[in-house]
Design a binder for this molecule. Sequence first.
Ligand SMILES: [Mg+2]
Length: 366
Amino acid sequence: MSGARGVAPAVTPLKQNLIGLLTRQYAVWADRRTSSWDDAPAFEGPVPGNKGSRRTSGVRQPPGRLLVIDDSKTDRDGLMLLLESRGHSVKAAKHGLEGLRILDRHPEIELILCDLAMPVLDGLGVLKMLAGRGDLRRHPVMILSSLDELEGVVSCLTAGAMDFVRKPFFPEEMALRVHNTLTLTRTLNNLSSLAHRDPLTGLFNHRVFVEMLQRELSRSQRSGVSLGLLFVDLDRFKLVNDRHGHLVGDEVLKEFSRRVRQVARSSDLVARYGGEEFTVVAPEADWNGLYTLAQRIRHAMEEPCATSAGPVMVTVSIGGAVFDPAREQTPDRDRLLSMADQALYLAKDAGRNRVEISQNELPLLN
Ligand SMILES: [Mg+2]
């Protein structure tokens, strides 16, 4: 482990700039994390407490999954020893490229501690690679640097590093900074979940659905590839609540959500529209593709749901509509919603447990 620091050096204008930049960096970084629903993790509830060190004041939390990237074996080993002694699980790499390879194999890594000056790929290079593939939010980076590398630190913070620690560092300071950074990232993840996910089912919420439908429509218009939309409604769901109570109703909603995620493609965006009504935005789906997807969802609910009140059978009715940029110049979100909604009512009227996909010639109700 590197030794303790000497006398604190005078504050230079560069360092003053750095302090200002760091303060702003937290705000920018927090904003980046919450401004996109793409990475919003499924809601997992509050992080359980542990019997962690009392010296890490404030929030108690489970140990982190960390990656140390440093070309100096002494620094690397010292840092691993320190962090592992605090209960964290730590992987290590000799340079940035090796670090990124480890990250690909271990996407569960929560925080990267990365040296600035390294051969092959340095700290700034790691940041740029992560930013380029949109991974900086999922894997925040703390930069480690020596005193004479402050210019580089500024570049790293500008490139999206979450924090930096000067080498040589105090072990206790390092442990606390890691603890605080983990607390911050986990809190932001939970806030992001609360803002973007339906807490019962873990699916995207209504607000995110509206945003992503608009975004996918614009994308469809640009690419010239069609886009499908489904409304899925659980048949006579009120009877389940009346007969078995709302808790059993919730179990059915959760089970439906699990099944729909299983049969949907990874590119399909499933949301809880409200109550027992759900939506699926299906990028690149034409009429046939959307019909096939809808039938898969309908079939998935033809088996009873296991609940605490025993097996409960709930079928679904599904209405869909397709935006085809070859036929319509401008995407009209409300018209698409209205067509899918009307198709759903047709499916209900025709006896439920059915799929109706709009043929695009439906008269609009409004
Ligand atoms: Mg180095």
